[in-house]
Write a protein that binds this ligand. Structure first.
Ligand code: ASP
Length: 590
């Protein structure tokens, strides 16, 4: 070994020992006759002291050649630091190593950026030099944590009799709502594989094969516009089980999460996680991924504001709209300017604007003050227990729009007023999703989850006549307002699966061409089954308190789907294209 210890290991217990360390020179402090190196490796930083006066001339020459991020090996003696030089931030902060020998194992060019500052610089440059970026301790810790966390998950799975099975990467399309990445097949000219958007169909087929309990830490590929924090390839912890119902999947998932978090972070996770229906989530939080780390839920004012005296409000109600709003207890902290900004936001979302009432000790301040009946204001106060200092904001219109818009405002105000406790983990199951939703642009029904999700048994009869009323057997797990997992009980009868395809406007030849293999498998004794997948990158991001999944992936891509390190995607030789019978009809971007 080139070292006797790592750079994060030595303590006062090692004082007096002769040690050998190897690592990167994180910083150099030159005080003339004394030079300090901070020597860094994956485990930490150790301070190395070079007393030039006490060292041989040749060695001093070598020491003077050392620059930042050189890889060096040193040997020396561990000594205790004087009390005033102890660094409590470092695990090795109470000792230093007095240098006796130094070997330069490799040099390093001038750096494109300061390693510890890399989070602040342009992402393209950071990703181009990802190997340098990954030397930053926090990022490295994220990647190490991810490995520990998945290790704990694997422990749990094997203790519960799950089988880890790999499914193909070169496959057919699996619809999860995105475009496919396609790979041309040289051996089958003109044919393409699709990269899996998820292992969905294969895991169902494994249930039909009788594996009973499957899991995989699986890479998924979705060709989406990467507007938000998404990656074209990401990782799912994918689960499928046979002979189960919703509660069984929920139970296993909860225990998996509890086990993995407790064993890798030492935090206590309390079970069971609360549950809420989709409808309730929309009504109370305006979203299907509620952040329940704070209250300020959406309230319905439709009833109290009947005959309020305000013609605007009465008009909304007459035309069948609802009026809902938020009670902001720390209303004094929301300025006129903030309310104006919310008003603008509502207008951008197609609304007319926001209504508001500020409750003072004896009076109210509101643009509606003149028209609002005294009795209505009093009713508001008593019914909703409104105290002076409160700001009430409300919106009128079509219910879903009102809820969704208020949901966004709730989050924004919650963040601004610091109502969110950042130190907690709040899990929530969302259940009873609708099976379909209507895509206005394409004028057709779409699945809320995927087309293999089973409808609720009691809703099978209404599928033909009122498909939008049918509920599904799907469930999502939300953590701190982010969806971290989702799944469903699947359809296991061929006939029902074909029916769903036809409701989605697919003709038999279309669905047989795409999913014939699944339909056929379903007719060979498919057991009732269901499962779920967790988004691993997202889960790690939240657990590590990061704000982007790119901080949890060793080699992520940019928002344009580019890997600046390897320069993928790139052009290919004419020859390679010819092998694939592909001709490019326009000049590709260089
Ligand atoms: N395949 C689904 C997804 O990727 C998860 C599941 O239904 O198990 O969202």
């Amino acid at each position: 070994m080139l070292r006797t210890h790592t750079c994060g290991e030595l303590t006062v217990g090692n004082v007096g020992e002769e040690v050998k360390l190897a690592g990167w020179v994180s910083s150099i402090r030159d005080h003339g006759n004394i030079i300090f190196f901070d020597l860094r490796d994956r485990y930490g930083i150790t301070q190395v002291v070079c007393n030039l006066n006490a060292l041989d001339e040749n060695l001093v020459d070598v020491i003077k050649k050392v620059r930042q991020e050189f890889v060096i090996q040193i040997s020396g003696k561990v000594v205790e630091r004087s009390p005033e030089t102890v660094n409590p931030k470092l695990s090795t902060g109470s000792i230093e190593v007095v240098l006796k020998e130094l070997d330069i194992l490799n040099s390093c060019q001038a750096l494109p950026f300061e390693i510890q500052e890399s989070k602040k610089i342009n992402e393209n440059i950071r990703l181009k030099y990802r190997y340098l970026d990954l030397r930053r301790q926090q990022l490295k810790d994220n990647i190490v944590f991810r490995s520990i966390f998945t290790g704990r998950m694997r422990e749990f799975f094997s203790s519960e009799n799950f089988v880890e099975i790999e499914t193909p990467i070169l496959t057919r399309s699996t619809p999860e709502g995105a475009r496919d990445f396609l790979v041309p097949s040289r051996l089958n000219p003109g044919n393409f594989y699709a990269l899996p958007q998820s292992p969905q169909l294969f895991k169902q087929i494994l249930m039909i094969s009788g594996f009973d309990r499957y899991y995989q830490i699986a890479r998924c590929f979705r060709d989406e516009d990467l507007r938000s924090d998404r990656q074209p390839e990401f990782t799912q912890v994918d689960i499928e089980m046979s002979f189960i119902e919703e509660d069984d999947i929920i139970d296993v998932s909860e225990r998996l999460i509890k086990y993995s978090i407790e064993k890798s972070m030492g935090l206590e996770v309390k079970l069971p996680f609360p549950r809420i229906t989709y409808t309730e989530a929309i009504n109370r939080f305006g979203t299907d991924k509620p952040d329940i780390r704070f209250g300020m839920e959406i309230l319905d004012f439709t009833e109290v504001l009947q005959n309020s005296g305000s013609s605007t409000l009465e008009e909304i109600l007459r035309s069948g709209g609802t009026i809902k709003g938020l009670i902001i207890e720390q209303g004094e902290k929301v300025s006129i300017k903030d309310v104006d900004a919310l008003n603008e936001f509502v207008k951008q979302k197609g609304g007319k604007g926001i209504g508001w009432i500020r409750f003072r000790e004896k009076e109210i301040v509101s643009p509606l003050k003149k028209s609002l009946k005294e009795s209505v204001v009093e009713n508001l106060k008593t019914i909703f227990d409104i105290k002076p200092g409160t700001l009430l904001i409300f919106l009128g219109g079509q219910e879903k729009w009102v809820c969704e818009t208020l949901g966004e405002i709730r989050l924004d105000v919650g963040k601004r007023l610091k109502l969110i406790d950042e130190s907690v983990l709040r899990f929530l199951w969302v259940l009873d999703f609708p099976l379909f939703e209507y895509n206005e642009e394409e004028r057709r029904l779409e699945c809320v989850h995927h087309p293999f999700t089973s409808p609720k048994v009691q809703d099978i009869d209404i599928l033909d006549k009122e498909p939008l009323k049918a509920k599904s057997r799907a469930y999502d797990l939300v953590l701190n307002g982010t969806e971290i997992g989702g799944g469903s009980i699947r359809i296991h009868q061929r006939q029902l699966q074909e029916k769903i395809f036809s409701i989605l406007n697919m003709k038999p030849d279309q669905y047989n061409q795409k999913f014939g293999f699944l339909l056929e498998a379903l007719s060979y004794g498919a057991p009732p089954h269901g499962g779920l997948a967790f988004g691993l990158d997202r889960l790690i991001m939240i657990l590590r308190n990061e704000d982007s999944i790119r901080e949890t992936i060793a080699f992520p891509k940019t928002q344009k789907g580019v890997c600046p390190l390897s320069d993928a995607p790139g052009t290919v030789d004419e020859r390679q294209l010819k092998d694939l019978y592909i001709r490019i009809d326009f000049k590709p971007k260089e």
